[in-house]
Ligand binder design. Structure first.
Ligand code: ADP
Length: 168
């Protein structure tokens, strides 16, 4: 099942919440800042360990990796790096990769329920209607053959909520 809600990603009681991270994995603004602020030091400590091991050069755009969710109500945070919007280059497949890879990581962890923010639509400036179309189509396709039971898109404002709801 796929649903949309208006709300804050840090308050979701799901197995895994997806973070619209940047490739440094060391925090930023928007969703990333909110997750680290509310989730606490434990998340950053695991991100630092990832930078010191598997992701020395940072997490590449489109890929996903999990950490603890620290003090958030969720059990895991799945960090993924969205593409920055470009009007001259089609980066849609990278935005689809974020959703696909996040759901694959979630399934590997044994999660059943996952919440996504509107990846790339903030600081990375992706037009929200386009982001909604790519996100929902990718999740629908990925859920066809998956152990996941719920994907919830958590939208911060009316525009994003309207755009994502229109795709369902
Ligand atoms: P990106 O860098 O991938 O663009 P941002 O975090 O800047 O990511 O923004 C992604 C989207 O998340 C934006 O639409 C923004 O309004 C929204 N957003 C910001 N804070 C939260 C939050 N706490 N919960 C859910 N969505 C949020």
């Amino acid at each position: 099942m796929i649903e949309t809600v208006r709300g804050d990603i840090t308050e979701q009681r799901v197995d895994a919440v997806v973070n619209a991270a940047n490739s440094s994995l060391l925090g930023g603004g928007g969703v990333d800042g909110a997750i680290h602020r509310k989730g606490g030091e434990e998340i950053l400590a695991e991100c630092r360990a990832l930078r010191a091991s598997k992701y020395g050069g940072g997490l590449p755009t489109g890929q996903a990796v999990a950490t603890t969710a620290g003090r958030l109500p969720a059990r895991w945070v799945i960090h993924t790096v969205g593409p920055v919007w470009s009007s001259s280059e089609d980066r849609s497949s990278l935005l689809a990769d974020c959703h696909r890879n996040s759901l694959r990581v979630a399934a590997e962890l044994g999660a059943s329920t996952v919440a996504f923010p509107a990846i790339s639509t903030g600081v990375y400036r992706w037009p929200v209607e386009s982001a909604a179309e790519i996100a929902v189509a990718t999740v629908k396709e990925e859920l066809r053959d998956s152990s996941l039971t719920l994907v919830r898109f958590v939208l911060f404002d009316d525009d994003a909520y309207g755009a994502f709801s229109a795709q369902l």
